[in-house]
Write a protein that binds this ligand. Structure first.
Ligand SMILES: C[S@@+](CC[C@H](N)C(=O)[O-])C[C@H]1O[C@@H](n2cnc3c(N)ncnc32)[C@H](O)[C@@H]1O
Length: 208
C-alpha cells in the first residue's frame, strides 16, 4: 500500500478538501467554456472530488489514479450516487500502456503534478492522448520552501511559472492563462502558512 492507498478511505472526511474542489471547479468554469468538452480526463483524481464538483458541467470524465484504493473509493462513489458518466480507472501513465478509444479534449490535474518526478514525461503522455486544440488545466502549488509536506517527500517543491511554461511548451502545448486561484492554509497562529495554488491553462498545438 502506498501513502495514498492508506489515506483513501478518509480522504473525503476533510471538509476543506471538498470546499477546495468546489472553489477550483468554479475557477475552471470562470475561464473555460466547459460545454464544449465531450471527453475529459482528470489525472491523479484521487477519490474524484474535483470531477464530482464538475460532473454537471462535463459530458464524460475519465478519472485516472495510480492508487488502487483511491480508485476503489471513486468507483464506490459513482455507484452510490448513480453517476454513470464518470469512469474511474487505476492507471499510471508513466508505466502502464494506455491509448484511449477517443482522445480527450480536456485534461485536468489537481495537486498531482508535483508528485510526478518526470514532469516532461507526463506532459508528453498527455500530449499523446489529447486532441489537437484540446485544453490542459494544471492546478498545483507555486514554488514553496519544502514545508508543505510535513513528511518525507521526494517530489517537486511546487512549480516556478516560467519553468513550467517552458516544459508545457516543449511538450507541444501553448500556455494561454495563469492565475493564482486558491490558497491552502496550514498551521495556526504564528505558524500559519499560506501556499498559493495556480491554475495554468494550455492548448494542445496541432501536430505538424
Ligand atoms: C495530493 S493527491 C490529490 C488527489 C485529488 N486530485 C484531490 O485533489 O483530492 C495526489 C494524487 O495523485 C495520485 N498520483 C500520484 N502519482 C501519480 C501518478 N504517477 N499517476 C497517477 N496518479 C498519481 C495519488 O495516488 C493521489 O491520489
Amino acid at each position: 500500500m502506498n501513502e495514498f492507498d492508506e489515506m483513501a478511505a478518509t480522504w473525503d472526511d476533510d471538509p476543506i478538501r471538498m470546499e477546495r474542489a468546489a472553489s477550483i471547479a468554479q475557477s475552471m468554469r470562470d475561464i473555460l467554456d466547459m460545454g464544449i468538452f465531450q471527453n475529459a480526463l482528470e489525472y491523479g483524481s484521487g477519490t474524484g472530488l474535483l470531477s464530482f464538483a464538475l460532473e454537471k458541467d462535463l459530458k464524460s470524465i475519465t478519472l485516472m489514479d495510480e492508487s488502487f484504493e483511491m480508485t476503489r473509493v471513486a468507483i464506490e462513489k459513482c455507484k452510490a450516487s448513480q453517476v454513470n458518466h464518470l469512469h474511474p480507472i487505476r492507471m499510471d501513465l508513466m508505466f502502464d500502456q494506455y491509448q484511449p478509444k477517443s482522445k480527450f479534449d480536456l485534461i485536468f490535474i489537481l495537486l498531482t503534478l508535483h508528485h510526478i518526478n518526470d514532469t516532461e514525461g507526463i506532459l508528453s503522455r498527455f500530449k499523446d492522448i489529447i486532441n489537437p486544440n484540446g485544453i490542459l488545466a494544471i492546478i498545483d502549488l507555486e514554488s514553496e520552501d519544502g514545508s508543505f509536506h510535513d513528511r518525507e517527500f521526494h517530489g517537486h517543491l511546487g512549480f516556478d511559472r516560467n519553468e513550467l511554461e517552458k516544459k508545457v511548451t516543449g511538450a507541444g502545448f501553448q500556455p494561454k492563462h495563469y492565475d493564482v486561484i486558491y490558497n491552502i492554509v496550514k498551521g495556526e497562529d504564528e505558524d500559519k502558512r499560506s501556499y498559493p495554488l495556480f491554475l495554468m491553462i494550455a492548448q494542445s498545438l496541432q501536430d505538424v
